[in-house]
Design a protein around this ligand. Structure first.
Ligand code: DOR
Length: 429
């Protein structure tokens, strides 16, 4: 257990408002939130001047690649990247090799996270065996091993009957299913958004309807079963509208958007650079406007990175052969803070409070900065302007689309269970 740490001179962001306060933590919990300058003893004093102090960020969507694809990322390097982005918890996506469809693999992922000690790694479980969409994974057994969120991400569950059954089980187990919305028949061979320019570029299009049909189907399956559903990485205006209508009907659905879908447009594919290839694809300006509006009115609950590291040699293949995905953990705050331009409380809501609730880890993450609460904290400067240098990322991969893009908002310190994992912008381990 670490000694006492004092975060001095920051602005604490809580559900009941913001206020200047010093925060002392010890033994993994917050011991004091006191008026600035109050005499508080600590072993380590961290400067939080000019910074917001909030609960640590929670990423609902991180591909950490271990086991099986350690060339791209490991749980250690991915959680170091997460800590640098202000994250204290990462939901690990299940498209590992082997996939996270057994207790042995989810236990391994969780344990590797503990060993790295840089963020709480929360394994998701597969909905279907091997993410193949054919037979249900052992949901009850996985739930018994602590899994609370299930997804086949990377693939959508195509079979409506299987999805219905999964939702019925999920409802009984009190767990959430998270859907990657993509009707596979409509996206075969697709490389970029289906738009006016994709034909000119000679690139097969990924139509918006491929996402929206599955959002529509699953909203209706939620209506039928009463189970809780989270929609992953929504990318189109109509998807936002479908979720808005579902929420209006009182259905238990939540949704996330990625930093890249909030900020990058499909015309970037004219460069034929695979760094911009992602699934779902980058969309239009109109879609971005609808996604931002969805975050602002609460239709979209969370920003989630879809951090998807790939080795350089894979991302150097031709566009049609390169795998989809881009890095996100280290840049998310700097990308979304200026684009969403939210009050700090609203920003923390989508980066921490809501995702913690959706992942069902809100007993320890996404809580208020208050005495007695777990000291999982992010300290970040919203006015810090910076640019990412891909060669200096903590991630084992370099496939960031944000190189050279002006970012605003940077994490200064991150505390996990009271211990700094990031101090003055550098990882401590
Ligand atoms: O772009 C993506 N990359 N989308 C996904 O759904 C999967 C991910 C990956 O695993 O690389």
């Amino acid at each position: 257990m670490s000694g006492a740490v004092l975060l001095r001179g920051g602005t604490v962001v809580r559900r009941d408002g913001e206020r200047a306060a010093d925060v002392r933590v010890e033994g993994g919990v917050i011991t004091d939130v006191a008026a600035p300058g109050t005499r508080l003893e600590a072993d380590v004093v961290l400067d939080a001047a000019g910074c917001m102090v909030s609960s640590g960020f929670v990423d609902l969507h991180a591909h950490l690649r271990e086991p099986g694809k350690e060339e791209a990322e490991t749980i250690e390097t991915g959680s170091r990247a997460g800590a640098l982005g202000g994250y204290t918890a990462l939901v690990a996506m299940p498209n590992t090799d082997p996939a996270q469809d057994s207790v042995a693999v989810v236990d391994f992922v969780r344990e590797q996270g503990k060993r790295a000690g840089l963020a709480e790694v929360v394994p998701s479980g597969c909905i279907t065996v091997g993410r193949r969409g054919e037979a249900l994974a052992p949901l009850a057994e996985l739930a018994g091993a602590g899994v609370r969120i299930f997804t086949d991400d990377g693939n959508g569950v195509q079979d409506a009957m299987l999805m219905r059954r999964a939702l019925e089980y999920a409802r009984g187990l009190g767990v959430t299913l998270a859907q990657h919305c993509e009707v596979a028949e409509l996206t075969r061979g697709a490389v970029m958004n289906e738009c006016s320019c994709c034909t000119d570029l000679g690139l097969p299009g990924w139509p918006a309807i491929a996402e929206e049909l599955m959002v529509f189907r699953d909203v209706e399956l939620v209506r039928l079963t009463g189970a809780t559903m989270h929609f992953l990485h929504l990318s189109t205006a109509r998807s936002v509208e479908l979720v808005r209508a579902a929420k209006r009907d009182g259905l238990p659905v939540t949704a996330e958007v990625t930093p890249h879908h909030l900020s990058l447009t499909d015309d970037l594919l004219a460069s034929y650079d695979p760094v911009y290839k992602v699934n779902p694809p980058l969309r239009s300006r109109e879609d971005i406007a609808a996604l931002v509006a969805g975050v602002r009115d609460g239709t979209i609950d969370a920003v989630a990175t879809d951090h998807a590291p790939h080795p350089r040699r894979d991302k150097e293949l031709a566009l049609d052969a390169a795998p989809p995905g881009m890095l996100g953990l280290e840049t998310s705050l700097g990308v979304v803070a200026p684009r969403l331009d939210l009050e700090p409380r609203e920003l923390v809501r989508v980066m921490s409070w809501n995702p913690a609730r959706i992942a069902r880890i809100d007993d320890r993450h996404g809580r208020d900065v208050a005495p007695g609460e777990p000291a999982n904290l992010a300290v970040f400067d919203l006015s810090a302007a910076w640019q990412v240098d891909p060669t200096r990322l903590a991630s084992r991969s370099t496939n960031t689309p944000f190189a050279g893009v002006p970012l605003a908002g940077r994490v200064r310190h991150t505390l996990l269970a009271g211990t700094p994992t990031v101090r003055d912008g550098s990882a401590t381990r």
